[in-house]
Design a binder for this molecule. Sequence first.
Ligand code: GMT
Length: 379
Amino acid sequence: MRIGVSCVPSMGGSGVLATELGRMLARRGHEIHFVTRSRPHRLRLGREANIFYHEVRVLDYPVFDSPPITLAMACRLAEVYRHHKLDLFHVHYAVPHAAAAYLAREMLAPCKAPLITTLHGTDVTLVGQDPSYRDMVRFCLGKSDAVTAVSDWLKDQTESLFRPETPVQRIHNFADPEVFLPLSMRPDLVRPCRQGQVAFLHASNFRPVKRVRDAVRAFAHAVSLGVDGALLLAGVGPDLSGAIELAHELGVGDRLHLLGVVDDIDRVLAFSDVLLFPSDGESFGLAPLEALLCEIPVVGARAGGLPEVVEDGAHGYLLPVGDWQGMGEACAKLAQDPALRMAMGKAGRERAIREFSPEVIVDAYEALYEKCLAERGPC
Ligand code: GMT
């Protein structure tokens, strides 16, 4: 199949998933055409067969307050469709990708290429609820040949918030067990913190939904309980400076390691001991899944789709949203018991391989594409 893919290219889980899915499909012999504003950050060009990148160029004319990206993306998708004879469009994150692909298909009429929309989270629960986008998201879901959501929780949210005409199919996210490896398989890695310190990692784009302050408070609480730990913060975003300030207020500022935007998060996860992920309403939690593969227990909030990824008490601990004291106690328990960390880590990797393997998930997408193509019939 020749597949046109659109996604958010900058940091974020939806672009990561789109990229990894594209790479897996390309390895199976499909031709993948990424049509995005910039190169998706995990996409390495020129190293793998069957992968093509088409940048969406946007004319920034002074008359526009902000350039109409959706229109430029629609034009580029239509152009790539014509030049490369695409079979279907698969867009990740509804706004604005589903609207752009819908427009492209209308421009190409009577093109019958199926449109598959994968929902990732805030495109439904936050951005999609804003009156400026809500009706467009509902419309695009109805015009998609298939709609998928990355967790049962997100599927339920989508159904109750939008009541879409197109049924929503849950296809979980995946991560590559050959890339995300435990430290025991990567003896070359050097940790940024002191020998003997327990390394707690928070990795995100530091938006309010991530509740980074809870991560800092939980860490400080664990330190107050006698843990000799370091807090690694990977990523950047609006709440990073507030988190740093809070760490200094709580007396743990000297234990912070600011890693900035990390390209090879597999390395950082491998040398960490615990992932702290207190997000509220996380639809899935790709970083926690990657942590499980690296045999790192997760301490987080029992909210959104995270309980579908991490089982409380088996691969870490899930506490109510905002319960940083409980999270701090869970961190202390894990810090003081390396055998427990190791047992949970091993159970986590086994679960991740069993439930979220690339083979199973990519099979599901492939089957969905074939079904949509069969239903649409030849162009
Ligand atoms: O929905 C978002 O906030 C953006 C999106 C992203 O690009 O990072 O994140 C979502 O998609 C990921 C991949 O499917 C999920 O692992 C994240 O849980 C999800 N984020 C939220 O729901 C907050």
